[in-house]
Design a protein around this ligand. Structure first.
Ligand SMILES: [Zn+2]
Length: 198
């Protein structure tokens, strides 16, 4: 697919919209002193089913990662642990624990933002979903709104206007001051679509 065609891909635009919501949710975790990571479970009909934010510090629970909490909430909401057909969005590449939980949940698609070169267990360090230990195959779309996701994950809630000076700003910055990561994510949607880079 040509880059310009990809930029017009309505599915990509839908993924970006959900990821922008996840980034906004991650900001709230950052404000609570957590590493700001958030996850969403979205139905095949493109409806939000459940959310999760990192609560490790607040709950003093090493397993309270956004993905696990979102999958657990989705199972409770739907009355079904099997999430075949559903999509999980998360701002950061999942760790080994969460990658395992994602496989066990049977979600059909995983969309994530920033890569995690230290503990990423989907593409960066190891690949649990495609490994011999996985009994489920899913579609993976990495790098959606990766830049704002990375800022959020690295540093918590930051003033985008301040941090953007050392990063690639969307060229429409003058039109939008981008006071927050979620606003900047919206700017990046415009920018990525124009550049044709998912
Ligand atoms: Zn995790």
């Amino acid at each position: 697919m040509e880059a310009k065609d990809l930029a017009l891909d309505p599915a990509l635009q839908r993924h970006q919209g959900w990821m922008a919501q996840a980034i906004a949710l991650a900001e709230t975790a950052g404000q609570q002193g957590e590493v700001p990571v958030a996850a969403l479970v979205v139905s095949p009909e493109d409806q939000l089913v459940a959310t999760g934010v990192n609560r490790r510090e607040r709950d003093q629970d090493p397993t309270a990662h956004a993905e696990v909490l979102a999958l657990r909430a989705a199972g409770q909401t739907l009355g079904n642990w099997n999430l075949t057909g559903y999509c999980l969005y998360v701002t950061l590449e999942p760790c080994p624990m969460c990658a395992g939980a994602i496989v066990l949940s049977r979600v059909s698609r995983l969309v994530y933002g920033a890569a995690d070169p230290k503990t990423g267990a989907v593409r960066s360090v190891i690949n649990i979903p495609d490994s011999a230990a996985s009994n489920h195959r899913l579609t993976v779309l990495p790098g959606v709104l990766a830049n704002p996701c990375k800022i959020s994950s690295d540093s918590g809630l930051l003033n985008c206007a301040k941090t953007a000076s050392r990063l690639d700003r969307p060229t429409n910055q003058d039109a939008d001051p981008c006071y927050s990561l979620s606003l900047w994510a919206e700017c990046c949607i415009v920018s990525e679509n124009r550049l044709g880079q998912p």
